[in-house]
Write a protein that binds this ligand. Sequence first.
Ligand SMILES: Nc1ncnc2c1ncn2[C@@H]1O[C@H](COP(=O)(O)OP(=O)(O)OP(=O)(O)O)[C@@H](O)[C@H]1O
Ligand SMILES: [Mg+2]
Length: 456
Amino acid sequence: MKAKILVVDDAPDTLEVIERHLSAAGYSVITVPGVTEAVRALEATGIDLVITDQRMPKASGMQLIKHVRQNYRNTEVIMLTGYASVPNAVEAMQSGAYEYLSKPFTEQELLSAVSRAMDKLALLNIHRFSGHLLSPQECGLIGNSKVMQKVYRAIDKAAGSDATVLVSGESGTGKELVARAVHYNGHRRSAPFVPVNCGGIPDGLLESELFGYRKGAFTGAHESRAGFFQTAAGGSIFLDEIAELGLPMQAVLLRVLQDKTVFSVGSRKPAKVDVRIIAATNKKLGDLAQSGHFREDLYYRINVIPIELPPLRERGDDILLLINSFVDRIAKEQHKTPPVFTDSALRALRSYPWPGNVRELENVIQRLLLMADGECIDAPDLPELMRYKFESAITPCSTLSEVEQQHIAAVLTHVNGNKSQAAAILGIDRKTLRRKLEQHGEKRPSGGVIPRYNHR
Ligand SMILES: Nc1ncnc2c1ncn2[C@@H]1O[C@H](COP(=O)(O)OP(=O)(O)OP(=O)(O)O)[C@@H](O)[C@H]1O
Ligand SMILES: [Mg+2]
């Protein structure tokens, strides 16, 4: 059965655009111009998801959300806000909206938010009816490799406890997905999961964003406001890019973890909070703690349950499973028949080192599908770098030294000639790399492809 979505906005243009995108994606859509009509529509028919504007002439989106929360347990809400602002977002989530979407948004952003809300609905329903815990796969994590099995076991352990979790891994490895899996597999699943990008909020604002402020705390604080911690009450807060926290905020966070209390800015009264902290970083936090760039005592408080995500290049055939799943999903979003990948294209994708991990893979598949004009994707359709690696790797008459030379060239091209990065990827030190480059000199490999060194 098609999921039913009610869209509420006083702007006919917005209603029309949203209806067009959602109907094309296979949802059944009802549009209404205001809250009164929305309340009537909710009474008349079962609605899975309400997407509502925040400001409307008669009654506000906030009032509608309260109405939905009080009367309909199986209906999710997405709030549209006029401009990206943290107070709006906090208010939207506090009143019970699962997601908020700032205008203007792209079709992709709309569909992703809707699909996340639908996933949440499905999760809640599974819990309501069966009461069993979800596997990480049900939370959207794909992969069967041994290294990922280890991650699933760690998620399971973390979900069963309330201890602080530190998710680490290179950029694009799925840290946020893991954090969501921990939250939605645990007992806090029906309370909010609130993501905060510590690197994205200026230092001076972070404290009031996290803990809220009291009326009059500073110029412009005309009324008291809750912060992300209060919004997450009973649920989890996801502190992304935790290594970006400045030392003063680290001290504040340490106190929160020790005392389980927060102070709103401008208030002397501590308030108890029941929030589980899940932190993430793509840095080596232990090393930063040792070198004095991150408080060691805070590091130990955060790193109670560590979950380390392996880079994609260490996950073997998981790459193929991910390609399959992305191709199916993206083809559906683009209203295309999923194309077939030739063996050589798949081999090339499988042997590429994916420095941007799953996110890079997802983007590559998205681009390939956008550009694809036939039913088949072959090695020449792939980005140049992947083709090069593949073509050079299969030259059957190469000597070991030539293969080494070609591989070094491919890695150097990939990192734009940066020798430190190349040496790190190759697993050798810079000196060894320099020696090998000198050894190979200006010799060209025998394969048809001439490596592009970009000496820096
Ligand atoms: N195992 C996986 N299965 C399916 N999709 C995945 C998996 N891991 C990551 N993804 C997808 O890859 C993208 C990046 O994931 P996510 O945002 O969780 O990574 P991240 O580690 O937080 O990245 P960053 O360090 O850049 O913030 C998302 O679109 C996510 O859905
Ligand atoms: Mg992330």
